[in-house]
Design a protein around this ligand. Structure first.
Ligand SMILES: *Cc1c(COP(=O)(O)O)cnc(C)c1O
Length: 427
């Protein structure tokens, strides 16, 4: 049986770990079936506990952008480990990575390291609130900014402009400070500012959304957000946990030429080790403790192993002048060729793509917000997912996720992927 050991391991895991996993999407609840337990990864490939191999289109949800277990990153981690895992004191390495990032990313002067994207976004809105002296934030339906309370909010019913808790345990008190808007809905943003004058600390957005599937900003949406934030003295926060160092080295700020006041990072920045970060101008970042009054801290923040993995990964990217060109070319080829095959099969679909992010929606209309992403044919996606998995292609296990293309994917992997898509049959 193809997934014998994975099935046994999942059975056992469920006894000791809630739902058998340490992060919900891994459980395959959306696509059904038994989650595949991996034991190793190298370059473009994953190997599971039953010794099946897969071409990986998740890449640890982004971090493995240079391919898994890159020899140069591996060596850096090994070398650092010899010198100690963690000191709880400042290290030169932290300044080195901060300097490297602030020099090579537009529009940021200081950066604070944390250990996850969740922490980065949670801290960024605290800083935005502390800096502006305001309490409300605007977030978009379908955008994910980690699991801190302020973001686990869904749209309120009817005329309510504030959100409702999207998880038990999130209080109404917290929910009332998060305003919800539809992605790409400029009118709604104008209304929210009109109805909450002088109260909005910040807008937080995934500048290219990846957490409702890949959804792009349309009609200068980001530029308009920049403008309305300026007019109202609110901060614009780009959550670049996914897009940072992926769409370009300078992320969405560089690609769209829009300046955010605060930017959050995660995923690629740690090269596969647990790292998040938030960054901005001296003027804003100086409000953080110990210099300023807005508190934020972390025992393992700036951890030397994590910093060496992150810095080495970022240097590998930066030193390869064709890095993003290749990623884009791979993704474009997948988009065109998969589209062609699905058309030949007469299967309605939309492929959204930006840089090395893409999603296949089985939908007849365009997808530019969460409502539209929900209207896609998700049972068909689940079918597609499982048929490709059987053929050794590992897609994100949900129709609401983006694919993360890595630099290790070459013509051979593209061809194998297309062959699997050609063999896909509508059930
Ligand atoms: C993954 C993600 C987060 C959360 O990061 P974690 O490291 O999982 O806490 C936040 N924002 C975006 C856009 C993400 O994709």
């Amino acid at each position: 049986m193809r997934y014998q050991r994975s099935s046994a391991l999942f059975q056992e895991a469920q006894q000791y770990i809630p739902g058998g996993v340490n992060s919900p999407v891994r459980a395959f609840k959306s696509v059904g079936g038994v989650p595949v337990f991996m034991k190793s990864a190298k370059g473009a490939y994953l190997t599971d506990e039953d010794d099946n191999t897969y071409i990986d289109y998740i890449n640890s949800w982004g971090p493995a952008i240079v391919g898994h277990t890159h020899p140069v990153v591996l060596e850096a981690i090994q070398k650092q480990a010899e010198n100690g895992f963690s000191f709880g004191t400042p290290t030169e390495l932290e300044t080195e990575i901060a300097k490297f990032i602030t020099i090579n990313v537009p529009n940021i002067e200081q950066i604070r390291m944390v250990s996850s994207g969740t922490e980065a976004c949670m801290s960024a809105i605290r800083l935005a609130r502390g800096y502006t002296g305001r309490e409300k934030i605007i977030k978009f339906e379908g955008c994910y900014h980690g699991h801190s309370d302020s973001f686990l909010i869904k749209a309120g019913s009817g005329a309510a402009t504030f959100g409702n808790p999207n998880s038990p345990g999130v209080t109404q008190g917290t929910a009332k400070d998060t305003l919800l808007a539809r992605y790409n809905d400029w009118e709604q943003i104008q209304d929210l500012f009109k109805n909450n004058p002088g109260e909005i600390a910040a807008i937080i957005i995934e500048p290219v959304a990846g957490n409702m599937g890949c959804v792009l900003p349309e009609n200068d949406f980001l530029q308009k957000l920049r403008q309305i934030c300026d007019e109202n003295k609110s901060l614009l926060i780009f959550d670049e946990v996914m897009t940072g160092f992926r769409l370009a080295f300078g992320g969405a700020q560089e690609v769209f030429n829009v300046k955010a006041d605060l930017v959050t990072y995660g995923k690629v920045i740690g090269g596969g080790l647990p790292v998040g970060a938030f960054a901005g101008s001296n003027e804003i970042m100086d409000h953080l403790a110990p210099k300023g009054a807005v508190y934020q801290a972390g025992t393992l923040s700036g951890n030397p192993l994590a910093m060496s993995a992150g810095l080495t990964t970022l240097q590998l990217i930066k030193n390869n002048v064709d890095f993003y060109k290749k990623l884009e070319k791979t993704t474009e080829t997948l988009d065109f060729e998969i589209g062609k095959i699905l058309n030949e099969k007469g299967i309605a679909h939309r492929i959204n793509r930006k840089g090395s992010m893409m999603s296949v929606f089985f939908h007849t209309a365009s997808v530019s917000n969460f409502d539209e992403a929900q209207q896609a044919n998700h049972p068909l996606f689940n079918n597609f997912f499982h048929q490709l998995l059987e053929r050794g292609i590992y897609l994100p296990p949900s129709g609401y996720e983006t694919w993360f293309i890595s630099h290790a994917i070459n013509d051979l992997e593209i061809e194998k992927t297309l062959e699997a898509v050609r063999n896909f049959h509508y059930e």
